[in-house]
Design a protein around this ligand. Structure first.
Ligand SMILES: Nc1nc2c(ncn2[C@@H]2O[C@H](COP(=O)(O)OP(=O)(O)OP(=O)(O)O)[C@@H](O)[C@H]2O)c(=O)[nH]1
Length: 944
């Protein structure tokens, strides 16, 4: 792409809109900053290195120059020897003192002369020096050597130098090497690292020496051999390395740190070090000057001061400046890009929304418009929907040729204008329906919703709204209203309750019949809880819950207690209904008032119950074996039939005028236990008699108690024969109206049943009595005796009690009959029966066994007591005074045989047989006596 295109405004705009451009710029600036930083740092380091090396070179040159100076001093000293045959001690001192080496060349320890001595000359030499005034002089160290050297001059002669006087340096290898080199070369020779003899133990330092040979004057010195032969001795200077170097390099604190090594850099070779410590220096260089034929290594290192002086903040400033600028530029570009992106997105969103809005507006069912605030509402914008609505294109409205107001039918315009004006004034939206002239020539309904737009000052500027054709909706509403009215009238036409119930049990709607049945206005029902109107709210709640669970319920019984106290029984049926979405919206419940039906049912059930009880009473009475049991049946049955009534049955005995209360029922006991026939109105009138409760002109029977109860008396009779009366008491409620009628009818039916049953029982008792009694004597007959005896035996065996059975026979009755006639005999039998009845006690039974035989049964009696009583009876018979037809009859006697239960038997037949045997024994024993069965057995009777 050509550069012009690359840098075109569009490209720049596009680039500035991308955050990647900002990142790119940031990266570029970072690289640039790093490059500049590296370059400047490198340049500065290089300059410093050059400066450092320069300084090291200079220092080395100073060192070498200083050492040359020392060489020159030695050459001068050698020259002193060359100029003279001999150099005396004084001359040497004068010469050295003149040099003022301490000031001019500080660092030198001294300048001396060592003489070479063969072994043979040693003693003479020592003697000669001693002779000079040094009596202690001797060459040292002592030892056997071929060649000696001895320091004989050393100036200044003071301090440490005194120690060197007479010292044989040639005896020490390092020094000897330098001395040999100097001798052979004729040049100054620097020794290796030594400890000087002058070191006296304080501030011991490394040292070295420079030797220059002194040859005998006049001797050839061209070759090594010649020089060896010509050698006299050496002028030399000893140096304490630290002192010397300090004088050269200063006392430290400079730019450089210096270490001087003898030859190689090794710790044992160290001659001098300006600093102690192992700081890592930034610059370092080793230089190796050769001094007097001997190589040193001088190590220079940049000092902290040098590094501080040469350190420059510029690279860091360049880096930081670059970073800061990069960051700043990045921020500007990034924020700018984001801002541009935001702007572009907002512009795109705006465009999208505008498109959406236009799409929405055009798709809104109806016509969307913006118009003036007042009639006739000329439009500023209007959607294409207007053409569908009116048949007129939007352009005609936009041009002002047509207006919205012009569409409205004349009768509705004022109303529309008023609604719009009110909405504008009230700053709210309006929603109105009105009619417009249809393009087809008719009228159509539209709905218009709109709202004014207000400026910041609150002044309405225009109307925005939408107009929708609602002609069909209006028509549907009309139909719906008609249908609704029809449905309502149907619902209201129902005489039974119809309700709509929500799932929460709230009544949503109810017809008027509902209000009528419940006893509250229909409006009160709607919105209230369904269950609250029922006697059993929980059951009512159960009803609608069941409806919503099952979907429907049929004939659910509920009851309403009206304010009057009357209970209405309703059968509810209900089914759920759903809304348009299929969700259950509620339930429609229809109630059916079944109160009358229910009452009829209850009445029927009551009647059935009564009939059942009546029939049961009748059946039981028919089956009752005795009057007593019949009265028990009557009491229980009357209690069941008339549960709230006390009552009693009064029975007439024979033709007596008094009635005895035979049974009563109910909680309240009737006051009388007997009544006279004349006291009861029912008995007097022979018909049912009723007297109400409370004060009344109707007289009450005296036996009916006080006025609190109603009195109902029903005569019991059969075939004109009065049997008695039934009395029934009742409360005022029970004795009124229909209840009374039912009660009366039921009581009469009960009385009829009771009359019949009691009459039957009486008749049966009478017949029975006849069948069991002897007509002549009135005593029980043999049949009764056998029944009774069997029953008594069963009872006594259960309770383990005895019984006596006596057979009584009239003595010689045949003779009596024959003498006085049969009728007189009957009279006798009747008289005996009378005695027996009088004799009888408690549960004793007397009966005529047959002919002139009688049986007496005495339950629960001992043998002795029985004997005594039968004796008494026998005597009573014998004492009878008999008379027949005015004629006295002779007395009669009876014989009595007695058997005992259980001694003589456990059955009726066994006992009778035993008694009969005893009777037979009594007859044979002479009659008119009592014989017990065990006595009869003991005394066998002849002829039996
Ligand atoms: N008058 C009368 N006599 C009766 C009746 N029943 C039975 N007799 C008589 O009673 C008599 C019984 O007589 P027997 O059984 O021979 O004995 P007895 O004459 O009483 O003599 P002993 O019993 O041995 O003392 C008979 O003559 C019967 O006719 C009755 O109902 N009336």
């Amino acid at each position: 792409m050509p550069p012009t295109e690359t840098l075109s405004p569009q490209w720049i705009n596009s680039a500035l809109s991308r955050t990647s451009f900002a990142w790119l710029a940031l990266g570029f600036l970072l690289l640039l900053s790093l490059g500049a930083w590296q370059y400047s740092a490198h340049e500065i380091a290089r300059n410093n290195e050059e400066r450092f090396q320069y300084r090291a070179q200079k220092q080395t040159e100073v060192l070498v120059g200083r050492m040359h100076d020392y060489e020159r001093v030695l050459r001068g000293s050698a020259g002193l020897f060359a100029a003279s045959e001999t150099v005396s001690r004084q001359e040497w001192r004068a010469y050295v003192t003149q040099l003022q080496l301490g000031q001019s060349l500080p660092g030198i320890l001294g300048t001396g002369f060592a003489m070479m001595l063969p072994k043979s000359a040693l003693s003479a030499h020592e003697a000669a020096i001693r002779a000079e005034g040094f009596p202690d002089y001797r060459v040292h160290p002592a030892g056997e050597r071929e060649l000696f050297s001895s320091i004989i001059y050393l100036e200044p002669v003071s301090g440490r130098n005194l120690l060197a006087f007479g010292y044989d340096m040639y005896a020490e290898p390092v020094r000897r090497e330098a001395m040999d080199r100097a001798r052979d070369s004729g040049e100054p020779a620097l020794s290796g690292r030594v400890q000087l003899i002058q070191e006296n133990g304080r501030d011991v330092q490394p040292g070295f020496l420079i030797y220059l040979p002194v040859y005998r004057n006049g001797r050839p010195q061209d070759s090594v051999e010649q020089r060896r032969l010509a050698l006299v001795g050496f002028v030399y200077s000893p140096f304490r390395a630290f002192d010397l170097m300090r004088s050269i390099f200063g006392t430290g604190g400079g730019d450089l740190e210096v270490e001087v090594y003898d030859d190689k850099v090794q710790p044992e070779n160290l001659l001098y070090a300006s600093e102690r410590g192992a700081r890592q220096a930034r610059h370092q260089i080793d230089l190796q000057p050769v001094i007097a034929g001997h190589r040193w290594t001088v190590r220079f290192r940049s000092s902290a001061q040098f590094e501080a002086d040469t350190g420059s903040p510029l690279p860091m400033m360049i880096l930081l400046g670059g970073l800061a600028f990069g960051g700043f530029l990045f921020s500007v570009l990034y924020l700018n890009a984001r801002h541009r992106q935001g702007m572009e997105a907002a512009a795109a969103e705006l465009a999208r929304r505008r498109d959406e809005y236009l799409t929405l507006v055009e798709n809104v069912p109806g016509t969307v418009f913006r118009s003036g605030l007042e009639a006739p509402w000329h439009v500023q914008h209007i959607s294409r929907g207007i053409e569908v609505l009116t048949g007129e294109p939007p352009a005609r409205f936009l041009s002002g040729e047509l207006s919205l107001g012009g569409l409205i039918v004349a009768e509705d315009r004022a109303e529309v204008a008023a609604a719009v004006a009110a909405a504008i004034a009230g700053r709210r939206s309006y929603d109105i329906a009105y009619r417009i002239n249809s393009p087809a020539g008719g009228v159509q309904w539209v709905s218009e919703r709109g709202r004014a737009w207000y400026d910041e000052a609150g002044k309405a500027q225009w109307l925005d709204g939408v107009i929708v054709d609602i002609t069909e909706q209006k028509s549907a509403e009309e139909h719906l209203r008609a249908a609704s009215l029809y449905a309502r009238s149907l619902i209201e036409a129902s005489l039974d309750p119809l309700l709509a119930i929500g799932a929460d049990g709230t009544i949503m709607d109810a017809n008027s019949a509902s209000g009528r049945v419940v006893g509250v206005p229909r409006e009160t029902l709607i919105g209230s809880e369904f269950r609250r109107y029922f006697t059993a709210p929980a059951s009512a709640a159960g009803f609608y819950r069941q409806v919503f669970e099952l979907g429907y319920v049929i004939d659910y019984p509920l009851a309403i207690r009206q304010s009057s106290g009357e209970q209405i029984d309703i059968l509810f049926s209900a089914i759920i209904f759903r809304d348009e979405s299929g969700e259950v919206a509620g339930a429609v419940a229809a109630g059916r008032d079944v109160t009358r039906l229910r009452r009829a049912q209850l009445e029927l059930e009551e009647t059935n119950r009564e009939i059942r009880a009546l029939r049961q009473m009748t059946d039981l009475l028919q089956a009752a074996p005795s009057l007593e049991e019949a009265y028990t049946v009557i009491r229980n049955s009357m209690d069941t039939l008339f549960p709230h009534s006390a009552g009693a049955c009064f029975m007439r005995e024979d033709d007596s005028e008094q009635l005895r209360r035979t049974v009563f029922w109910g909680e309240a006991q009737p006051p009388s236990i007997s009544i006279d026939v004349g006291d009861c109105w029912a008995l007097r009138t022979a018909r049912t008699y009723a007297a109400p409760a409370g004060p009344s002109l109707v007289p009450r029977c005296p036996h009916s108690g006080d006025e609190s109860t109603a009195c109902l008396c029903i005569p019991l009779h059969l075939h004109e024969q009065s049997l008695g009366v039934i009395y029934l008491g009742a409360s005022a409620a029970e004795s009124s109206g229909l209840h009374h009628e039912r009660r009366l009818r039921l009581a009469n039916m009960a009385a009829d049943s009771i009359s019949l049953a009691l009459a039957n029982l009486r008749l049966r008792d009478s017949l029975r009595a006849q069948s069991l009694s002897d007509p002549l004597t009135g005593l029980f007959n043999r049949r009764f005796m056998e029944e009774t005896q069997a029953r008594e035996l069963s009872r006594l065996s259960r309770i383990s009690r005895p019984m006596a059975v006596a057979m009584v026979d009239v003595d010689r009755f045949k003779d009596f009959n024959d003498a006085f006639g049969h009728e007189a005999g009957d009279l006798v039998l009747q008289k005996i029966a009378g005695v027996m009845l009088a004799f009888r006690r408690g549960m004793d039974v007397a009966c005529r066994y047959g002919g002139e035989e009688f049986v007496l049964i005495l339950p629960e009696i001992s043998v002795d007591a029985a004997r005594e009583r039968f004796e008494e009876f026998r005597r009573a018979i014998a004492a009878l005074a008999l008379e027949f037809e005015g004629q006295a009859l002779p007395g009669i006697t009876v014989s009595i045989g007695v058997a005992f239960f259980p001694q003589q038997g456990t059955s009726s037949a066994e006992l009778i047989r035993a008694a009969d045997r005893a009777l037979y024994a009594a007859k044979h024993a002479g009659r008119n006596r009592v014989v017990l069965a065990d006595e009869a057995q003991a005394t066998p009777v002849a002829g039996t």
